[in-house]
Design a protein around this ligand. Structure first.
Ligand code: PMP
Length: 326
């Protein structure tokens, strides 16, 4: 779908996957007016297909567009475009379970020019790709690197938008994490380098205590981390399962000390790709530690199973999150 100042959104097309022809002076290539979303369609037990919370992704897409001075796409148009593609590619949605069809809606400047200003023409597109289970060999806890040198997002910046530039800025730290033998980066705040924010593509959760008394918390939205749809959904699921929940500020010292004295029992990451991933060990310049016993925690796995059961239609969708297609 194309947007121009004169016509607004127009010219919707469903076409076979093919390369785009890009002008060398396309403004996106130079000024990175580019935003995207990620969401999944799951096979349901009755054979139909349902997309998980596309309206929530559509609203986040609108917020990202506003921050990048781009036109907003109506929620219904976003959802309709996803529906159209899923209907077209239905046979690519795998069977019931952890497998899914991953959808990638995105929007970028389509104007050609070399001046730094918001473009006057944009393209919105959706592509799809089948996604296997994230852990084909069983859930494996992540090792994480606390990035004290690089920051992902600063106050007033684009941290809460899902824009391409945020990911470009994160690649050095991801490479540094890999060089330290870690799977993922944990981002800290830009001012004090001590408040835990999120990971490269996932939000974080901390579990205090155990059993029915456990408290399940996640870093609060400060404007510099991405408001994950999985993060938000898990606040509801955790409270449905009877746990106390909270959105808090948590520092690296509190994490390290809470781990040492046993008050923090589990840590996990969450996002559309992996749904829920336990965090098993932490490395930083100052200290390294194993989270709990380094194995997937009981509450982590309980939340993971509940979330997957809702997505695959095996548990009741009490929140009305599954957008069913015919
Ligand atoms: N943080 C970042 C930086 C991400 O890229 C993602 C993935 N979209 C998330 C968190 C998790 O968000 P969601 O649950 O909406 O996938």
């Amino acid at each position: 779908i194309r947007w121009t100042e004169a016509k607004g959104w127009h010219d919707a097309q469903l076409t076979p996957y093919a390369p785009l022809e890009i002008d060398p002076a396309n403004m996106t290539l130079h000024y990175a007016q580019s935003i995207f979303e990620g969401l999944k369609a799951y096979r349901q037990p009755d054979g139909s297909v349902a997309v998980f919370r596309p309206d929530a992704n559509a609203r986040r897409f609108q917020r990202s567009a506003r921050r990048l001075a781009m036109p907003e796409l109506p929620v219904e148009t976003f959802v309709e475009a996803c529906d159209l593609l899923v209907n077209q590619d239905k046979e690519w949605v795998p069977g019931v379970g952890e497998e899914s069809l991953y959808l990638r809606p995105f929007m970028f400047a389509a104007e050609v020019g070399l001046g730094v200003r918001p473009a006057n023409e944009y393209l919105f597109m959706v592509i799809a790709s089948p996604a296997g289970p994230y852990f084909p060999g069983g859930v494996k806890p992540l090792s994480v690197w606390l990035s004290e040198e690089y920051v992902r997002a600063a106050p007033g910046g684009t941290g809460e938008a899902k824009c391409a530039g945020n990911y470009a800025a994160s690649l050095m730290a991801q490479a540094q994490a890999a060089a330290h033998g870690c799977d993922q980066v944990v981002w800290l705040d830009a001012i004090e380098h001590r408040w835990v924010e999120e990971m490269g593509g996932m939000n974080l959760y901390f579990v205090y205590g155990s059993g029915a008394d456990a408290k399940v918390v996640t870093p609060e939205l400060t404007g510099t981390l991405l408001p994950g749809i999985t993060r938000e959904s898990l606040l509801s699921i955790a409270s449905d399962l009877g746990y106390r929940t909270g959105e808090v500020r948590i520092s690296t010292e509190e994490w390290r000390e809470g781990n040492a004295d046993g008050s923090i029992t589990e840590v996990f990451a969450c996002g559309t790709a992996a749904v829920i991933t336990p965090v098993g060990s932490v490395k930083s310049n100052g200290a390294n530690w194993t989270v709990g016993d380094g194995q997937p925690g009981e509450i982590t796995m309980r939340l993971r199973e509940k979330m997957l059961a809702i997505q695959s239609g095996q548990a009741e969708d009490v929140h009305g999150w599954m957008h069913r297609l015919g």
